[in-house]
Design a binder for this molecule. Structure first.
Ligand code: MLT
Length: 313
């Protein structure tokens, strides 16, 4: 039984595999052809987001039994092909929950108090104290798209700050909503009423480009958008236009349609705070997801124990 680790992850992954007497190889940064040529020598593969398990790479797999994603999003795995070839795909939905929620809240504070802009200005020796008069989050309305683990944790943190929480999630249960003092509204109302709109939903055909010129155009001119979920949920060119034309007041973006985003149409837009997909980048989160994914995959291969699977057959 052998596992391939094809993306950089915390050393904790090795500790778990060793403790379970599972052999592994670490080969990161492989080109797709190389990955395709070696992948089926393994029983399992552990990935983060850099490895793309496309239909082509998974197509001829007969021996590979499981893909373990150290993280939440499995948009880098072709689930149809995995399912067809009876390859179980698992994620680790809880390990980076706190890290992503904390970054989201941090970005909201930064947009509302202009921390990112004031930092550069102060480094430049300008001392622009009155230019950076901010606004408080307390009393403002936070619109959450996607009321899963991360969306709910953001809601919980924001309610402590004193924000009013609304969501358009169809799957949010009455119990979860009332626990967090949140209310369910239509997508139209979510857009028109939010002071901060934060995305925590999956990228799929229904959500792709959900924020575009026309939807953003219905938001308040004072509103800001935060996206720590997935690039592609927002039309990047449209967001740039909306920011530069004061349709909304600002945005913080951690995720991009194409990553790594060494070039991007949004670069240089007005009051746009950018970070390089740092949502899960905390020491704690990386350790959590590495331990979780190694345990889950090992337990599946050794004991056929299934948890956090995103497909089934
Ligand atoms: C996730 O899906 O878990 C996060 O976006 C972090 C990552 O891609 O590793």
């Amino acid at each position: 039984m052998k596992i391939l680790i094809s993306d950089k992850m915390s050393d904790k992954v090795e500790d778990v595999l060793k403790s379970k007497s599972i052999e592994y190889d670490i080969k990161t940064g492989m080109a797709p052809e190389e990955l395709k040529s070696v992948i089926d020598q393994y029983d399992g593969i552990l990935i983060r987001s850099a490895t793309k398990l496309t239909a082509e790479i998974l197509a001829d797999c007969k021996n590979l039994k499981v893909v373990g994603r150290a993280g939440v999003g499995v948009d880098n795995v072709d689930l149809d092909t995995a399912t067809k070839n009876k390859i179980l795909v698992m994620n680790t939905p809880l390990g980076n929950l706190e890290a992503t929620a904390e970054l989201t809240i941090g970005l909201m504070f930064s947009l509302y108090r202009h921390i990112h802009l004031a930092n550069q200005s102060t480094h430049d020796g300008k001392w622009e104290k009155s230019k950076f008069m901010g606004t408080e989050l307390k009393g403002k309305t936070l619109g959450i798209v996607g009321f899963g683990n991360i969306g709910q944790r953001v809601a919980e943190m924001a309610s402590v700050i004193g924000m009013k929480i609304i969501t358009n999630s169809n799957s949010a249960s009455d119990e979860d909503l009332s626990k967090l003092g949140a209310s369910k509204v239509s997508t139209e109302k979510l857009l028109t009423d939010s002071d901060v709109l934060s995305l925590h939903t999956k990228l799929n055909d229904n959500t792709k480009n959900m924020l575009n010129k026309s939807s953003i155009g219905t938001m308040k001119p004072s509103a800001v958008i935060v996206n720590c979920a997935r690039g592609g949920l927002i039309n990047e060119a449209d967001l740039k236009d909306c920011l530069n034309n004061d349709i909304i007041a600002g945005a913080a973006i951690d995720v991009y349609e194409k990553e790594p985003a060494t070039e991007n149409v949004m670069f240089g837009a007005k009051n746009l705070l950018l970070t390089p997909h740092l949502g899960a980048s905390s020491k704690e989160a990386q350790s959590n997801v590495a331990i979780d994914v190694a345990n889950q995959v090992a337990d599946y291969l050794k004991e056929n124990k299934i948890i956090n699977n995103v497909n089934s057959f």
